[in-house]
Design a binder for this molecule. Structure first.
Ligand SMILES: [Zn+2]
Length: 282
């Protein structure tokens, strides 16, 4: 068979890298048509390697790959987007790493999901363009968490009671992480392990879960509500990962290092209570 038939091209974002043997690296990448893939970059750790600059974490690249028995081999790479502003800011780097780790944790190899690909690129571009805007980046990460959960089939139930299926109303409702969402007051009081969820927090989660990012850019959320929404989503992610995926290293880091703590000083710019303008029942 001719050599060409063993090669293929794909765009990819580098999610993860680890050293392999003396000079090689194994890369975990996400692609638009092939889902997540493990690839090998041979000789990349030699100082003379011409590939090295094109295979940075988070970079969006165009790859030429040669099929191989274990990991396909990167034979050529050209950077499409390098996200330079993002790389200049430590908060942004940790936020981009968080986005990539979450996608890695929630996707399986060779499981195509072009919507997740679009979500990944959108997040990296927005982090890059808003590198110094802590408030917008917080909002972006909450939106990303909910969109990713939805895309991979683990979205929390935020609209109908998990017990009686009645539509949830503003007021007292109950969150149950292991049950996967929210109970109405009647069912929630009887459900072991359910905790009250503030009306404003539920409003924010609902709004983020069903609104495109382009319509959310100017949304302002009060600090207590934003922090509570972050806490709910972090605990929910840990609960889902523990039940389904057992990605224990990542869970440990989620628990130890809240993703946005470094950006909190700037969060004081947010007007408190701004989210109360969102209707719960629309
Ligand atoms: Zn109910």
């Amino acid at each position: 068979m001719p050599e060409r038939s063993h090669s293929y091209r794909t765009r990819a974002v580098i999610l993860r890298r680890r050293n392999y043997s003396d000079a090689d690296r194994i890369l975990t990448v996400f692609t638009p048509r092939l889902g997540k893939r493990l690839l090998i970059a041979k000789g990349i750790r030699k100082t003379t390697s011409r590939k090295a600059g094109h295979l940075e974490l988070f970079s969006h690249t165009n790859l030429l790959l040669a099929q191989a028995r274990t990991w396909d081999i990167i034979t050529e790479s050209v950077t499409v987007e390098s996200f330079l502003q993002l790389r200049a800011d430590l908060d942004c780097i940790s936020q981009a790493a968080y986005v990539c780790e979450l996608i890695d944790a929630f996707t399986a190899e060779d499981d195509e999901n072009e919507t997740v690909w679009d979500l990944l690129l959108l997040c990296l571009r927005e982090l890059n363009e808003n590198a110094t805007n802590a408030v917008k980046k917080d909002l972006l990460l909450r939106w990303f968490e909910l969109q990713l959960l939805t895309q991979v089939g683990f979205q929390p139930e935020l609209f109908s009671c998990l017990g009686c299926a009645e539509e949830l109303r503003p007021g007292e409702n109950f969150l149950h992480l292991n049950a996967g969402g929210v109970f109405c007051p009647n069912c929630g009081r009887a459900a072991q392990g359910a905790q009250p969820i503030a009306s404003n927090v539920l409003k924010v989660l609902r709004h983020l879960s069903r609104t495109p990012w382009g319509s959310l850019r100017e949304l302002q959320i009060g600090i207590p509500t934003a922090l509570a929404a972050e806490s709910v989503l972090q605990r929910y992610l840990v609960s889902v990962l523990e039940r389904r995926l057992k990605s224990t290293d990542f869970i440990h880091r989620l628990r130890q290092v809240p993703v946005n703590r470094a950006s909190e000083p700037n969060a004081a710019q947010r007007p408190p209570g701004a989210v109360s303008e969102l209707p719960l029942d629309t």
